[in-house]
Every structure is written in C-alpha cells, then in structure tokens.
Design a protein around this ligand. Sequence first.
Ligand code: C2O
Ligand code: CU
Ligand code: CU
Length: 500
Amino acid sequence: MQDRQSPDSESVHQTVDRRHFLRLAGAATVAGSAAVVGAAAVGAATRVVTLPANLYPMRTVTVVDPTSARRALRPGPTTFDIGGATGSGLGFNGLIPGPMFTATNGSTATIDLTNDLAEATTVHWHGLVVPTASDGQPQDTVAAAGTRTYTLPINQRASLNWYHPHPHMKTGSQVALGLSGLFVVRDAEETALGLPSGAYEVPIVLRDFTADKKFGLTYSAKSSGYLGTAALANGTRSAYHLVDKAVYRLRLLNSSNARVYALQLSNGASFTLIGNDGGLLPAPVTVSEIALAPAERIDVLVDLRTITQSVHLRDATSGWSLVEFRLRSGAASVSYSGPPATLSTVTALSGEKRTRTFTFDGMTQINGTAFNMTTTAFTVPQGDVERWVFSTGGNGPHPVHVHGASFQVQSRTGGRATIYPWERGWKDTVLLNDGERVEVLIRFNVEGRFMIHCHKLEHEDGGMMMSFLVGPAGAVATPTPMASASSTSTSSMSGHHHGG
Ligand code: C2O
Ligand code: CU
Ligand code: CU
C-alpha cells in the first residue's frame, strides 16, 4: 500500500515568477510539506512541485439524463477506486463524485432521493434556479431511510451546476466524505457554437481530501475551514488523463470545503476562458491563472495540439498537480478552428431599486446574526434589481453564494481590488477575501424562500447563512436586519434615487 507522504515521490523543478513563489511559501504552512518548505529556503527563482511517482487514470463521470425518465439518487456509504487502492466514503449511487446529470433548457428533471445515510440529509442543486420545495434547503431534510422527490424545472441558459448535501451543521462532513456531483444544462445557443464535445469535453470535480491508512475519507471540522492534504480529480488521487493532440473543453468545479485553487497549466500556456457559474461569457478571454473558490465553476478551452508528452493542470497555491493530461500512444491530431469570437449575450442588469449590505462576521454570522432555520430575514420583490454589497471584518476567504438567482459582479474594492475575467457574466458564488468589498446586481425571477451564505462549509455549518423571501412582483421590500453594534439605524436598506 502506498502512502502519499512516503518518499515514493519525485521532485520536479519548475521556474515561476516571484508572485507564485510568495503564494507557495504562504501555502507551505498550511500544507505542511517539507519539500515545499525546503524550496522556499532555496530562493525565489526555483519552485519545487512534489509529484507522486505513480499516477492513476482519472475516473470519467457517469452521465445520467433525469429528464427522459425519473432517476433514483441514493447517498450512502460506498467503496471507490481512489487511484491504485480501494477507498471508502459516502457516494451518490455508489459513485464519488455522483452521477453527472444532464438536462436541456425547457425540460423537467425528476430525481427520487432515498437517504441511505445514517443521518438526515438534503440535496441542494447549486446554480439551478428551482422552486423552494426542490431547493434542498436545511429546513427540508430527509431523515435516514427517508425519501423525497425533487422536481426541477430547467429554465435557464446552458451552464455547469452541481449538487451536494445541505443539512444544517452536517454539510461539511457529508461533502468532505464524498457527496457531490455535477448537473449540466445545455441549450441550442451553446450547441450551435460547436465547442469541443464527446471525449473532448471533460467534466472534472476538483477537491482536496484526507484519508486514513485504509484510504477511508476522513473529516475533522475546523471552524476556520477544513483543508485536505492532497487533491482528488473526479475522485481519483494523483490523476492523469490520456488525451489526443486536440483542444479540450474542461468543465471544472471546485467541490472543496474551503480550499481556493490558483489554476495554471504547467507548460506556461494560457486557458481560453469561455464560461463560469452561470454559463457562457460574451466572448472568450485568455488567462494564465484562475482563482477558483469553493462552489465556483469555470469552463475553459485548453489547447493540447502541440504538446509533446504531458501537461499538468496544477494549483499554484499548494504546488499540487491536479490532473496530468498525457498524450496517449497513437494520439490523433484533431483540428479545431474555434472558438467563435462571440459566444453569447449577457444583458447587463441595471436600474437597481435598493441596496442591501451583508457583512460576513467572525466565522458564524451574517450581519451579526447566526443562521436561524425558522425565520426569514427580509423580503425582496420578484423582478426587482437590487444592489447587494458584501464585506467582511476578517476570517476570509468567504465564498459568498446566493440561492434562487444569478448575479452580476459590479466591483471589488479593497484587497485584490479588481473583477477578474472569470467573474464577468452570470455568477452565483463570488470570492470575498479579507479587506474586500464586493458589489453585485441581482434580480430574482422566482418567488419563494431562498438563502445567502458563505460556501466555506465550516462557516456555513457554523451559521454563516441567512434565509430570505422573494415576494410577488410589487410586494413591499423589507429591510435586511443588521447587527445593532455595526449599524446606527435598524435598516440596512437604502432607497436608490435616480435622477431624471
Ligand atoms: Cu452550494 Cu447553499 O449551496
Ligand atoms: Cu446554491
Ligand atoms: Cu466564510
């Protein structure tokens, strides 16, 4: 049996710029890797990436269409191939990650949950805008051995979404032990673009993990956020994927509890970024590094037509290889003339009716209040555009997520003080680091009860969540409660006056 910490590793030296060196040095404390710490002492020009000697073929996700027939979804204990060994954890239908559901815009998915866990759970469809009854919120848990049917009307543009448990105070452990899966929405606009498909479209669930000596996934809650000691790509450690000389479309999810990745290609090549949480961007953008926080997704094209042997998708923060893309013997050369210069249309939200502010306080509160499952904090009228402002006094990163709508990021001030290309278009999760203030415009089109929360799962489990209502169009908006200590009035909502 192979231990990831044992010296069956070889060091690969690569040159990086000083920024990455500094980031790496900072991460060394967290990762506790002797090899990385050693590199920090050597000098800024050298970077050491520790690669296991053995790499394992990355599992391909199992695809299921829940619109052509109703489908069963059973979370429960399972064994799985973790890469060179049999691991154990919690899977959906025995799979880690769970099946990838696919649906076309305009269809309806029907998924019958049977809870084979020893405790209550609920399944949330992150990124899908569905009625409250099927949104899988913490107040709607399914007891052990219980069942619930999720009816999901698919009424949104092509996008990569995902699903995961959402029971209050148990989300962190259930996700870390293996429970998450992808949910892809397709539409005619995206199909007409002729993006790489079939074997050339590769969905990958990225996450970190810890395991015991028998490769059983383990979890120990830490209020500042759980960090694993190595990466899984589609449930496979030290993963490689055999490729042709072709352009690949990678659909990436960060399903980690708390880890933020700084994604790069090891050969220094750039990604062609084409989409994110809410679907396609207006046009492709070339980027050399992408920060991907928990729950965020990106859609990138990676050109492997000229590689000679292999390229690693890696995390510049930890120094980990996440997946090696390795030319298969007899690799075909596949031509590709795209992507088209125009991908989609993103109509900018504007004309906000009011502003709400949300402070992410400590490790357990929003606006000075911990989650209360029995109350809703405020009401937003359906169809109104609102400006939501996120800030924090510390304990970041806080990946801020909203159920029930996508939003458009307007600004980030303080901290990194910029909006990155992968934060354009439609988002449902945005990274808020310490010292930052992020403003978004949001509009809810579906009435019901939804929530805003930190997607660092230990903060979420600790209570950094808030439920609210989307009322009928024209309903009276009610203000968002603020901590009395941080507000001079009882209202956090300010009217927005437009000249004219
Ligand atoms: Cu993916 Cu309420 O979360
Ligand atoms: Cu969600
Ligand atoms: Cu947080």
